[in-house]
Design a protein around this ligand. Structure first.
Ligand code: SF4
Length: 330
């Protein structure tokens, strides 16, 4: 693994809620959805770092903040040691060449009236990499690489002519054609048929090797995280609760939430006794965050201390960080 390529420091994103009629009358203070509530982590060049957690944990918002699609409420984002938190204009355009997204639903990010070949060519022209016949050859080359062959045929097709897996291959081709350094892959395989998931993940891994790529992977599927990641950060209600290398997360998970997520991974023998069953569900919008440890209403091990005081993310051993009072006893 190389030097640090991305670092976020105390990153926050609060979305203001519209005041209700009663709140306006009573001049109540505006309330906020605290989607990301002060997280810090870094990623090294060449690494695949995954943010995992249930829907509503804030992981997608982190991806959008890093891609600079939305502005943070507080905190800093550094890319290649450069502060990109408030980047605008030409500097932001230059960043987009280095940092590309791959989203969950390629259908919604592809223009239905644009041929596949033209859609892939677009970023090549926008970033002034090539034009005309040269750009077309680059597109044919990348179509072949992502397994859409014969490329001349796929160049002329429209998104509606493709299967879900083929559309995701187009999205990957469009991201990779400009040779980025960093990919934010947000639930990139969650809409793909189970039988095709591994092939798409392998395709992404092959580009990692070829382009010396770094990935921020975002997924609610722990099995996918295990397959692809070097390290995993587990998020709950806007906070990171555990970060560790993938092997440690699966062999020695410490945070009760991580244990519960791992216990929920489907297994060949469904009668196997599950040690951690969670109560309730993560709130869809984190507005009224529980006091103390925000996981305490669902945690089978919660104590009074958990209900009163919020644990900080602390390194308990080399490269293994936990935010849980129980970690003091491990
Ligand atoms: Fe559970 Fe307490 Fe640890 Fe929170 S701090 S995860 S409530 S044991």
């Amino acid at each position: 693994m190389g030097e640090e390529i991305l670092r976020v420091e105390n990153l926050k994103k609060y979305f203001p809620l519209e005041k209700s009629f009663v709140e306006k009358i009573l001049s109540r203070q505006r309330r906020y959805v605290r989607a990301v509530d002060g997280i810090s982590f870094s990623i090294r060049r060449g690494e695949i770092f995954t943010l995992a957690g249930e829907t509503g944990s804030g992981k997608t918002t982190v991806g959008r903040l890093i891609l600079r699609l939305i502005d943070p409420t507080d905190g800093k984002i550094f890319f290649d040691d450069k502060d990109i938190t408030n980047l605008k204009g030409e500097a932001l355009r230059e960043l987009r060449r280095k940092m590309q997204p791959i989203f969950q639903d390629p259908y919604s990010s592809l223009n239905p009236r644009m041929k596949v070949g033209e859609a892939i060519k677009h970023p090549v022209e926008i970033h002034g990499i090539a034009g005309g016949e040269e750009a077309r050859s680059l597109v044919l080359e990348i179509l072949e690489k992502v397994g859409l062959t014969p490329p001349e045929k796929f160049y002329e097709l429209y998104p509606k002519d493709l299967s879900g897996g083929q559309r995701q291959r187009v999205a990957i081709a469009r991201a990779m054609i400009i040779k980025p350094e960093f990919i934010v892959a947000d639930e990139a395989v969650s809409m793909i048929d189970v039988s095709l998931k591994a092939a798409i993940l392998e395709l992404m891994l092959s580009f990692r090797k070829e382009l010396d790529l770094t990935y921020l992977f975002i997924t609610h599927e722990l099995a996918v995280a295990k397959y692809i990641s070097d390290r995993i950060g587990v998020m709950y209600l806007g906070k990171i609760v555990e970060i560790a290398p993938t092997s440690k997360i699966f062999e020695n998970p410490i945070h009760p939430y991580t244990k519960a997520l791992i216990a929920a991974i489907p297994v060949p023998n469904p009668r196997r006794k599950k040690k951690f069953i969670l109560k309730g569900e993560v709130p869809v919008a984190p507005i009224d965050i529980p006091s103390g440890c925000r996981f305490h209403p669902r945690c089978p091990l919660a104590t009074d201390k958990c209900r009163r005081n919020e644990p900080e993310l602390e390194e308990i051993e080399n490269n293994h960080y936990i935010a849980c009072w129980l970690s003091e006893e491990n």
